[in-house]
Design a protein around this ligand. Structure first.
Ligand SMILES: [Ca+2]
Ligand SMILES: [Ca+2]
Length: 558
């Protein structure tokens, strides 16, 4: 697959001059935009008023088919966008399998088949590649014009953060109207949950568990004491599956922030790898101590998610602690899914002794590109802008107001009421059903977390989102003081980073397991471990990542 892609990339480069305009590859000059105003009053209605176009326009759209969307042309969301715009949207629907490969293949043959707008989900690498070969056109001047992209400006305000740096490519240009996502439940996704009945019976109150020492003693209070009362030593405390190291992040965060991409952290604006620091070594010693005390299940390093799920669903309860987003893997009708209770993050030396947890910042994904064939780039960009409205953003997920979702009533409670989120809507149309109402998540949108967190609770007492919400209270304001989103690399930088950083992460995870289980000795083998990561180009990766990070900071307008 990698080979095929490389060949495709080469083809894209080769054919770049055959493209619609083909301006070639000049030295990279980084542009910095500022907000402006002003628009053509002969063609467009005033900001804040629909329809957008004074005269009817046609915009062609390429999109991947979706098993849940009956017909793109007659879909209610399409009709709404057409009415808002005063436009005919004309869809070219491609099979969803290998959709991005097809988009790249079309680029390789000069982009002649491209519609005005291309929907999808594109990595920054793919966006840069398409941009460098002139297959897509920048929309920065419109994005930064608050009279033109007035819905997008409103979305920035509504989301409460400037997402433009997350969609600004290294040359300073924006090529997409994004999908901006923020979520209360996912932002702290390395929460620790404990099986409350066991700890209650042992007299452990997790409100008093603040330090790594407290946590160890809390686990020791039930370990080996037959908490499920079946006379067998069949319980484990912390368990997981090989591809989920959330439990490890929870513990390591007490020593050093481990929730960053590839264990990268930022402090005073400087990036570093957490695993190369003494704090990480100290954390490993603590986690090894828990392992040696029998508080970490050896299977956590090796089993798959199906085996993990099976453990949670045994007739006898055998699992004491799970990390992540709670007991969603316990069967829907099993009351135990409500008996795993979130506990607070541990106090951390890395955070001045205050609790510290892994945190996901909101994201912005490229989902809408304006192709080289669009003759009127502003019209295309304005289509994206309409999708960014609050009305469209909600419609894209929940469908038609008053039919597919309802305004909440006076007595309705939101799923995240305990966190203070007011009820936002009552879901009527289940998301993954075949329908002709919404685009099932395709295209641009900006839904502030208040919307999804405010969805009215169905009344199901076994809805474990309630446990996530309760746990979230303990995780509010425990994110690291400095953090960063996915770094956007140039193609040259990506060449240096992409594979190398993945290899390092694999090596670190494997070695971590060896340190904890005792195959390697933390004191004796530590230097060799750090040196090995250096020989895998960690310094160069950090240098390149720092460049990307600093560049992204320079695009922040707030
Ligand atoms: Ca149409
Ligand atoms: Ca037992």
């Amino acid at each position: 697959m990698k080979r095929v892609l490389a060949v495709l990339m080469a083809l894209v480069m080769l054919f770049s001059f055959a493209a619609c305009t083909g301006s070639g590859d000049d030295e990279m000059e980084i542009k910095h935009y500022e907000y402006t105003t002003g628009y053509d009053e002969t063609k467009y209605n005033a900001p804040g008023t629909y329809p957008v176009f004074k005269e009817k326009q046609t915009i062609t759209v390429m999109i991947a088919d979706n098993e849940y969307v009956e017909d793109w042309e007659t879909n209610t969301q399409t009709l709404m966008a057409e009415e808002n715009l005063n436009a005919d949207l004309v869809f070219t629907v491609l099979p969803s399998a290998e959709y991005n490969t097809k988009i790249n293949l079309m680029a390789a043959s000069g982009g002649k088949e491209y519609t005005d707008v291309i929907f999808g989900s594109f990595s920054s690498g793919m966006v840069i590649q398409l941009a460098e070969s002139d297959m897509i056109q920048p929309i920065s001047e419109y994005m930064y014009n608050t009279d033109i992209m007035w819905n997008t400006k409103d979305a920035v305000d509504r989301m409460g953060f400037d997402f433009f740096p997350l969609i600004t490519m290294p040359n300073g240009e924006i090529y997409t109207v994004p999908n901006v996502a923020d979520s209360v439940s996912n932002c702290n996704n390395a929460k620790m949950f404990v099986y409350k009945p066991w700890f209650d019976a042992a007299g452990v109150d997790f409100a008093n568990v603040k330090t790594t020492e407290d946590f160890k003693n809390a686990l020791l209070a039930v370990a080996g004491k037959d908490p499920n009362g079946n006379g067998k030593n069949d319980e484990v405390l912390i368990t997981s599956y090989a591809s989920s190291v959330k439990w490890f992040e929870y513990l390591m965060n007490a020593f050093i922030y481990s929730g960053g991409d590839n264990y990268m952290y930022v402090r005073d604006g400087q990036l570093g790898f957490a695993f190369q620091r003494e704090e990480w070594k100290e954390g490993l010693k603590y986690i090894k101590e828990l392992y040696d005390l029998g508080l970490i299940d050896p299977l956590a390093f090796s089993q798959d998610s199906a085996s993990f799920k099976a453990m949670l669903n045994y007739d006898e309860t055998i699992v004491g602690c799970i990390a992540g987003l709670g007991a969603g893997s316990v069967a829907d009708d099993d009351p135990r899914r409500m008996e795993y209770e979130g506990i607070a993050p541990l106090n951390s030396a890395w955070n001045d002794g205050k609790p510290l947890s892994s945190y996901n910042l909101p994201s912005a994904t490229a989902v809408f590109l304006v192709s080289c064939n669009a003759e009127n780039v502003e019209n295309a960009a304005r289509f994206g802008d309409v999708c960014m409205s609050k009305e469209h953003s909600i419609h894209r997920r929940w469908g038609e107001k008053g039919v597919d979702w309802l305004e909440p009533g006076e007595n309705d409670k939101s799923m995240y009421e305990v966190l203070g989120y007011a009820p936002s809507l009552i879901e009527v149309l289940p998301y993954s059903t075949v329908q002709n109402k919404h685009w099932h998540g395709a295209g641009p949108a900006a839904n502030a977390k208040e919307i999804s967190a405010g969805v009215v609770w169905s009344g199901n007492p076994l809805d474990h989102n309630i446990k996530i919400a309760e746990a979230q209270i303990l995780y509010e304001n425990t994110a690291p003081a400095e953090d960063f989103q996915d770094l956007i690399y140039t193609l040259e930088e990506n060449e240096i980073v992409a594979e190398a950083v993945a290899s390092i992460k694999t090596y670190v995870n494997e070695t971590t397991a060896k340190f904890i289980t005792g195959t390697l000795d933390i004191d004796k083998d530590w230097d060799a471990f750090v040196n090995q990561t250096k020989s895998m180009n960690s310094d160069e990766i950090l240098e390149v990542s720092q460049t990307a990070y600093d560049r992204m900071q320079s695009f922040v307008n707030w």
